[in-house]
Design a protein around this ligand. Structure first.
Ligand SMILES: [Zn+2]
Length: 324
C-alpha cells in the first residue's frame, strides 16, 4: 500500500537537499565572515531517545545517531555545556562549536547512546525529570501517544554520571512551568527535582532545562528561581544559535532528533535563522551570581568504565522562535 507519510518524508528530504545546494555558497560566505570576525555562534543540540524501536519525533535510530556524531566530529568542536557557556560569554569565538544534551531520561539511551558517546570521548549533559526515575512510570506524553516508554532508573543515572556525562535537572514531573503560577509548586519542581538528582548521584546539579522549552513554557518567576537556586544556566528548546558576548545564562538549543539533512541545514548557518527573533517572557540575566547548587554533596569516583574519559566538570542563547 502506498505510504503517504513516507512519500512526504522523501519529498521533504529532496526539498532540503535542493535548498542546501542552492544556498551552499551563501552559507560558506557567511561562515567565513563569522569566523573572521570572531562571531561564530555556538550550537547546543538536544536529543531525547536513541533506539531502533518505536519511531517517533523524539527518537532517533542508532544509525542516525552515529551519522550525526560522525558529521559533528568532522566539522565542530564538540564541547561540554560549561565550555559552550564560556565561549558564549566570551567576546570572541572563531571555532565551529557544538554541545550535546539529552532531555527526559529514557532507559534505552543506556543501551547505545551513552556508551557510544563515552567511546568517542564526547561530553554531554543529560537532563532528567526525577519523578519518573523514582516511580518507573512512563511520561504522560508517551502514554498519550500510545508508547509507554521506560524511563531511566536511579542505578542507570548513577552509571551515566560515573561515566562523565553530566546530569541536569528537568523538573520533577515534566511540568509545563509556563502554566504553573504557584511559587511553592514551581520551586518544588525546579529545586526539588534537582535535589533528588543530586542526592542520587551525589554530585552537584548545575544546569536546568525547561520541559517543552518554548517561550510560553517559561516565566520570569521560574527563571528567577533557577537563578536564585544557583544554577549556572538554563536551557530552552526552540531552535536557535547562541552568539558570543551573550550573557550565557539562557542557553538556546536546537532539536537534533530529526534526520541528518535537517541538522546540517540548521548548523551550516541557514540565513533564515538570522531573521526570526523571539519575544521572551523573561529577563536573560541571572538575578544572583554563581552559587552552585547542592555543593555539599560528596563526590564519587569517576570512570566506572575504563574506556570512558572522565569529562572534567562539565558542563551549559540567538534568537529564532521557530520550533524545529
Ligand atoms: Zn522534556
Amino acid at each position: 500500500m502506498f505510504n503517504h507519510t513516507r512519500a512526504v518524508q522523501i519529498a521533504k528530504s529532496i526539498g532540503k537537499s535542493v535548498y542546501m545546494q542552492l544556498s551552499a555558497r551563501r552559507r560558506a560566505r557567511l561562515s567565513r565572515t563569522l569566523a573572521r570576525s570572531g562571531r561564530m555562534p555556538i550550537a547546543i543540540l538536544f536529543y531525547h531517545r536513541v533506539a531502533d524501536d518505536v519511531v517517533n519525533n523524539w527518537t532517533i535510530s542508532r544509525r542516525g545517531f552515529v551519522r550525526h556524531l560522525d558529521w559533528l566530529e568532522q566539522h565542530f568542536d564538540i564541547v561540554g555545556l560549561d565550555e559552550a557557556q564560556l565561549r558564549i560569554q566570551s567576546s570572541y569565538n572563531n571555532r565551529p562549536t557544538v554541545a550535546i544534551t539529552f532531555d527526559d531520561g529514557y532507559a534505552e539511551n543506556c543501551d547505545f547512546a551513552i556508551p557510544e558517546l563515552c567511546r568517542r570521548n564526547i561530553p554531554a549533559t543529560y537532563f532528567v525529570a526525577s519523578q519518573f526515575v523514582k516511580t518507573g512510570d512512563p511520561f504522560a506524553h508517551d502514554v498519550k501517544a500510545g508508547f509507554p516508554l521506560v524511563p531511566n532508573s536511579i542505578d542507570e543515572l548513577r552509571d551515566i554520571s560515573s561515566r562523565g556525562i553530566e546530569i541536569g535537572a528537568h523538573t520533577k514531573t515534566h511540568a509545563d512551568l509556563g502554566k504553573i503560577h504557584d511559587d511553592a509548586q514551581v520551586r518544588d519542581e525546579i529545586i526539588g527535582g534537582a535535589r533528588e538528582l543530586a542526592e542520587w548521584i551525589r554530585r552537584p546539579i548545575r544546569y536546568f532545562s525547561f520541559p517543552f522549552g518554548l517561550p510560553q513554557n517559561m516565566s520570569q518567576a521560574a527563571v528567577d528561581i533557577v537563578s536564585e537556586a544557583g544554577f549556572r544556566g538554563f536551557c530552552s528548546a526552540y531552535g536557535a544559535w547562541n552568539w558570543p558576548s551573550n550573557p550565557g545564562f539562557h542557553l538556546r538549543r536546537i532539536h537534533a532528533d530529526p534526520d541528518l539533512e535537517s541538522l546540517r541545514n540548521w548548523l551550516t548557518f541557514d540565513h533564515r535563522k538570522l531573521r526570526d527573533r523571539a519575544r521572551l517572557p523573561f529577563s536573560e540575566q541571572p538575578r544572583t551570581a554563581g552559587r552552585e547548587y547542592c555543593q555539599k554533596t560528596e563526590p564519587i569516583p569517576c570512570g566506572s568504565l575504563p574506556s570512558c574519559a572522565v569529562v572534567s566538570p562539565q558542563v551549559g542563547s540567538s534568537e529564532s522562535y521557530k520550533a524545529l
